[in-house]
Design a protein. Structure first.
Length: 438
DNA sequence: GAGAGGTAG
DNA sequence: GATTCTACCTCTC
């Protein structure tokens, strides 16, 4: 199965079609550093919503033994002694940096799959040498133009590109770029023999346990397994992983997903909510966010689910009320969505401590696929209230206008706690970075 | 078609 | 006292 260099020579001009995986190193931390050079070289963690736990660590923070998911309250007491800096999640900043990275990457390939906020697959072509050079070019272009470090893994399949990317990250000698097929076969096998299957894309704890039970421990063990047997014992998903390890590409590059199946707006609260009145306000905010997001994607929802929940860390007195409302017609209208979300309120027991709540819209479809019968036309949509709210929010900032109970300003102590938030450097005029020339 | 189980970032 | 959030896929019933 291994691709030998000889095999390339037999093809026209030695050119092959491959997949590059470009991934920003510890993305949130790097995005923070891009605008605050004083963070360079220091241990840095970025915290989850409500400053709950560490989600991203700079290499220096990793070296301190801080793990992902570690609660901030456990780390905080030693932060000073370590010189550790913590930042609250600044999704607006990260989203903007991500868009810049992706735009830049799109200049290097017409075949781009944005896989997540910080990584993308690119279809690439060239001889092994050209591919290695392309990887280096991309790496330095992103660093220079956007200011964040990336690593590049290039291989014949997505699974191997992921693996190559991981190797590029962990092996400083590669200077951030690994072309899988340019590695000598014995080196590739040694690497695969050293790594546990859990390091693979698509394999996590459950599968690892079951694979280990069959005597499959290393990636090399899995690469040598019989794909059909794996399909029968596990699933087609894991069979694809085996085939991809063997060099057969079977996970295609996907064009941009436009139709989502569902959207969820949900959050844990910094302080629990105990009254239906407060929850009404929360629901109104989420319903209007959902409305705006649906409109942005040109989608309408047919079903809305509203839910709330108490903490799982408090097993006595648990409650997970939820309602599922089928909307009278597919809609993105904020008035209808807000009203639907409020059907949860009668299920709320006053005094119960709800720590999370949210809404989910499902059964989404493109706007205006078939126009509703006149009798069912929605008066709010006609008057464009959704668009109006969005325009105002865009111009004057989120929270400047809201419908009904979402419009109440001040004192919502359930809003997200983000005490270590950095400025939204790139998306708000009053938060631009200031540069001083001596 | 719904729900369970699994996974990713 | 404190432990993220969103979205997808496949399998089973």
């Amino acid at each position: 199965m291994s691709e030998t260099p000889e095999r390339y020579e037999t093809r026209a001009a030695g050119t092959i079609r491959q997949i590059a995986l470009v991934d920003v190193n510890c993305f949130y931390a790097s995005a923070e550093r891009a605008f605050d050079p004083s963070l360079e070289g220091r241990p840095l963690v970025v915290l989850s919503n409500n400053d709950g736990c560490a989600v991203t660590r700079s290499p220096e923070a990793k070296a301190l033994g801080i793990s992902v998911g570690e609660p901030w309250f456990k780390i905080a007491p030693r932060a000073k002694e370590w010189g550790l800096v913590a930042k609250s999640s600044n999704y607006e900043l990260y989203g903007d940096i991500s868009a810049r990275v992706m735009e830049l990457l799109s200049r290097y390939s017409a075949w781009l799959e944005v896989y997540s906020i910080d990584e993308a697959f690119l279809g690439v072509k060239g001889t092994p040498d050209e591919l290695l050079r392309l990887g280096q070019t991309i790496k330095s272009a992103v660093r220079r133009n956007v200011g964040v470090p990336v690593c590049v893994g290039i291989a014949g399949t997505k699974t191997l590109a992921k693996l190559a990317n991981k190797w590029a990250k962990n092996n400083p000698g590669l200077n951030g770029v690994c072309h899988w097929d340019s590695m000598p076969a014995p080196a590739r096998e040694a690497l695969m023999a050293r790594l546990s299957v859990i390091e693979l894309w698509g394999v996590a704890t459950r599968l690892t346990k079951r694979l280990n039970g069959m005597g499959i421990h290393s990636i090399l063990d899995l690469a040598r397994a019989d794909p059909v047997r794996i399909r029968d014992r596990f699933s087609v998903v894991l069979m694809r992983t085996v085939l991809e390890l063997q060099g057969t590409a079977c996970i295609p590059l996907e064009e941009e997903r436009i139709g989502r199946d569902q959207l969820i707006f949900s959050r844990s609260f910094s302080t629990p909510i105990t009254t239906a009145g407060d929850l009404r306000q929360v629901m109104s905010v989420y319903a209007q966010q959902a409305s705006a997001r649906l409109a942005k994607h040109g989608l309408q929802a047919k079903v809305l689910t509203a839910f709330a929940g108490t903490s799982h860390y408090n097993p006595q007195d648990t409650s997970y009320p939820s309602v599922c409302v089928t909307l009278p017609m597919p809609t993105a209208d904020p008035v209808l969505l807000t009203r639907a979300s409020h059907t949860l309120l009668p299920r709320i027991q006053e005094g119960t401590r709800y720590v999370r709540a949210g809404i989910m819209v499902t059964d989404l479809r493109p706007t205006g696929q078939q126009s509703p019968l006149p009798a069912f036309a929605n008066p709010h949509e006609e008057r464009g209230i959704g668009t109006l709210l969005e325009d105002i929010s865009r111009r004057y900032g989120r929270g400047s206008v809201g419908l009904g109970h979402a419009g109440i300003r001040g004192g919502p102590d359930w809003s997200m706690q983000r005490t270590m938030l950095s400025p939204r450097y790139t998306t708000h005029w009053d938060e631009l970075p200031v540069v001083k020339a001596a």
